[in-house]
Write a protein that binds this ligand. Structure first.
Ligand code: DAH
Length: 361
């Protein structure tokens, strides 16, 4: 209870001082709200408490005191409002400073990808054959024994299978699934799927798998198979095609030579060598002092392969009396190694950017 006007005025002064002391440290909206609740709250605020204490004063004094307290209220309201405005201005300035953007700074240039050397080599090879009218055929990597070996004239006990140490796929169902060891299986698939007319001119690029791993062999590598079938296709077509493609790829100045070889699916079989592009045929480490680099295997399609295809089709489509053909197979990795002078095939598959960034591709 205020005993007198004087007493009330003293209490108002004390309250003002308390208010100033509380307002000073209030640093945000929540702080301001609690100062407001404490002093101007309707039920428990300090000003309300003072108002309630006027009961004991005489009428005149009460009126005067009422005016005094209303002024006090207005004063506190105004100070709270001013504090709020100043806090907001400060926060705004801070935000502006934090979010400021220097548009004159240079931008961040995103890293640009580039062709992997095996991709650009495959594309260069495909371009050569596409320009000669070949079609690109894509065969599956998971194959079966028939397409990978049997139809290519390699029955189960054939020793040529030993040259291609095979990964077999162990799944319920067909028991002869494997990862193709060469793209030659693409020859068989294409002939079975395109049984009319017996004219073929395809390349079949893709991944192949063998249980091999050293600096010139990777368990997964890539090949391009070629197959041409038609009436009157001869060894000279084979030689001319391979010579033309090697000249397009490496340049005309490197001679190509053919050596007799053996593959179960071609007869006769040949291997093609390119005069060493590193030493110009003089003999070096890359060509193992021979002056020649082995590039591919090829030959005239063995009639036994046509017969296997016909047998599978249940009718004679590729009649060995009517059509002949040639086939070839080469390693894309090997060609890329020769083109770029790389001596470890594993670099292609290591994903090391220091290696890959050297290719403009
Ligand atoms: N398939 C053989 C290999 O992987 C390459 C090959 C040789 C393919 C002679 C052919 C060919 O089509 O006629 O080593």
């Amino acid at each position: 209870m205020a005993d007198s006007l004087e007493d009330l005025k003293a209490r108002v002064r004390a309250l003002k001082a308390d208010f100033e002391a509380a307002l000073g440290p209030a640093g945000d909206a929540t702080g301001l709200q609690s100062v407001r609740d404490r002093f101007l709250g309707r039920k428990a605020g300090a000003v309300t408490a003072l108002l309630k204490s006027l009961g004991g004063l005489a009428d005149d004094a009460r009126r005067e005191a009422g005016r005094e307290l209303n002024e006090l209220k207005d004063d506190l309201e105004a100070k709270l409002e001013a504090a709020k405005t100043s806090l907001e201005a400060k926060a705004g300035a801070l935000r502006l400073e934090r979010e400021s953007l220097d548009v004159t700074l240079p931008g961040r240039v995103p890293a640009r990808g580039r062709r992997h050397p095996l991709v650009s080599t495959r594309e260069a090879l495909e371009d050569v054959f596409l320009s000669m009218g070949y079609e690109v055929y894509d065969g599956p990597e998971v194959e079966d024994d028939f397409h990978c070996f049997e139809a290519l004239n390699m029955p189960p006990d054939h020793p040529a299978r030993d040259m291609q140490d095979t990964f077999y796929v162990d799944v319920p169902g067909p028991s002869d699934l494997l990862l193709r060891t060469h793209t030659s299986s693409g020859q068989i698939r294409y002939m079975l799927e395109n049984a009319h007319p017996p004219e073929v001119r395809i390349i079949c690029p893709g991944k192949v798998y063998r249980r091999d791993n050293d600096i010139t062999h990777s368990p997964m590598f890539q090949q391009i198979e070629g197959l041409v079938v038609g009436r009157g296709i001869s060894v000279s077509d084979l030689k001319g095609t391979i010579e033309a493609f090697l000249h397009r790829l490496f340049g005309e100045k490197y001679p190509v030579r053919f050596r007799c070889s053996y593959f179960p699916y071609t007869e006769p079989s040949v291997e093609a060598d390119l005069s060493c592009i590193v030493c110009d045929g003089k003999g070096c480490r890359v060509c193992k002092q021979t002056g020649w680099i082995e590039i591919l295997g090829s030959g005239m399609v063995d009639p036994a392969v046509f017969e296997k295809v016909n047998e599978h089709l249940g009718r004679v489509v590729y009649d060995p009396e009517e059509v002949t053909g040639f086939a070839f197979g080469l390693g894309i990795d090997r060609v890329a190694m020769i083109r770029h002078g790389i001596d470890d095939i594993r670099l292609f598959y290591g994903g090391d950017l220091r290696f890959l960034e050297q290719f403009r591709g």
